[in-house]
Design a protein around this ligand. Structure first.
Ligand SMILES: [Fe+2]
Ligand SMILES: [Fe+2]
Length: 346
């Protein structure tokens, strides 16, 4: 049998396993769908950064996006696989709720203001300031390598909410997503703009090409959206996540673009970031007022979930930023030491 071929837009090649659960999945997926061992599970101290748990979740979730090269598509709905995913998700969601902690009870009418207060109170370390002012080219390439896992499927995880909403709330989400997908023009899709950035930085532009290089905490930043997206009960958290994402995007993206300009890159390399400066200044208003505010009016009982989703977005992003800045402060790479996926030319 010939080796499965990974494509630029997916499916990607299966990654290297990082522990018993991801190893069992990768091994099982070389065969047609069948029952996995019922005891397959992992119970790490920190599910948010555990390499095996986060990779196993990412593997499972990707079956619902582009799939994996050479893996039978029928695995997507294999019952024992879904049962394993549910066990991993329980640990992940519980860890997210512990990380976020208690949130203030909010009147549905005050939700946009509560979201703004949450964002204002975020005291995470400023990765954007570092990338703007002093990151080296190697560090910028690391940052882009991490972000490629999300940006090459940008907007897809939040799109799971579209069929779960109706009326003006659905229209608000579609307005944001239409921009993310380039208004129907492939060369303007945000994922495609990011591919230009990768290319200009001399990095592989293939879908999930850098998966082996990124740690569990990076996978968690995308897994959290897939968790919210694939569970209808968490639709409030999903739109809350999108709101926090958009509300913390415009200024950092200006800094990322300026950081690349400082390093001598042209407007093709910075186009992805420049596009987000203006687009997300608009998106954050739509997300806070029309999308989240609208959902809270339509379904007041979801108000707390929206805040939880927003807080989870900020908290996981803090973990991610802390990881990069701590590693860089120690003179180390933020990527996995076994990384063979990141070319380090020039
Ligand atoms: Fe975008
Ligand atoms: Fe946006």
């Amino acid at each position: 049998m010939s080796e499965p071929v990974a494509c630029a837009h997916g499916p990607a090649a299966l990654p290297e396993p990082r522990g018993p659960v991801s190893a069992a999945l990768v091994a099982a997926w070389r065969e047609p769908p069948h029952d996995l061992p019922a005891h397959l599970d992992c119970d790490p101290v920190d599910p948010l950064t555990d390499e095996d748990l986060q990779l196993a979740l990412f593997l499972c979730y990707e079956l619902h996006y582009r799939g994996w090269a050479g893996v039978d598509e029928a695995w997507e709905w294999q019952p024992s696989l879904l049962a394993l995913r549910a066990r991993l998700e329980r640990r992940f969601e519980a860890a997210l709720r512990r990380l976020v902690g208690p949130l203030p009870t909010t009147d549905p009418a005050d939700l946009p203001a509560a979201l703004a207060a949450l964002v204002r109170a975020d005291d995470g370390p400023s990765l954007a300031a570092t990338l703007h002012r002093r990151a080296t080219l190697a560090q910028f390439r690391e940052f882009v390598t991490h972000r490629s896992i999300y940006h090459l499927k940008e907007a897809d995880p939040h799109s799971w909410a579209i069929p779960r909403l109706g009326g003006a709330v659905k229209a608000a989400l579609v307005e944001i997503q239409a921009d993310e997908y380039g208004g129907g023009r492939p060369e303007r899709m945000h994922a495609e703009l990011f591919r230009l950035t990768l290319d200009r930085l001399g990095l592989d532009t293939g879908y999930a090409a850098h998966l082996d290089a990124v740690p569990g905490v990076t996978l968690a930043t995308t897994n959290v959206i897939s968790l919210f997206g694939l569970h209808r009960r968490l639709r409030g958290a999903l739109v809350g996540h999108l709101a926090a994402f958009e509300m913390t995007s415009s200024l950092p993206n200006r800094r990322y673009g300026n950081g690349l300009r400082r390093l001598g890159f042209d407007e093709v390399a910075t186009r992805f970031y420049d596009e987000h400066v203006e687009a997300d200044a608009v998106h954050e208003q739509i997300a806070a007022y029309d999308l989240c505010g609208g959902l809270a009016r339509a379904e007041p009982a979801r108000t707390g979930d929206v805040l939880f989703g927003a807080a989870a977005c900020l908290a996981v992003d803090r973990l991610f930023a802390t990881h990069l800045l701590t590693r860089w402060a120690a003179g180390r790479s933020s990527l996995r030491p076994t990384s063979a996926a990141v070319p380090l030319a020039a």
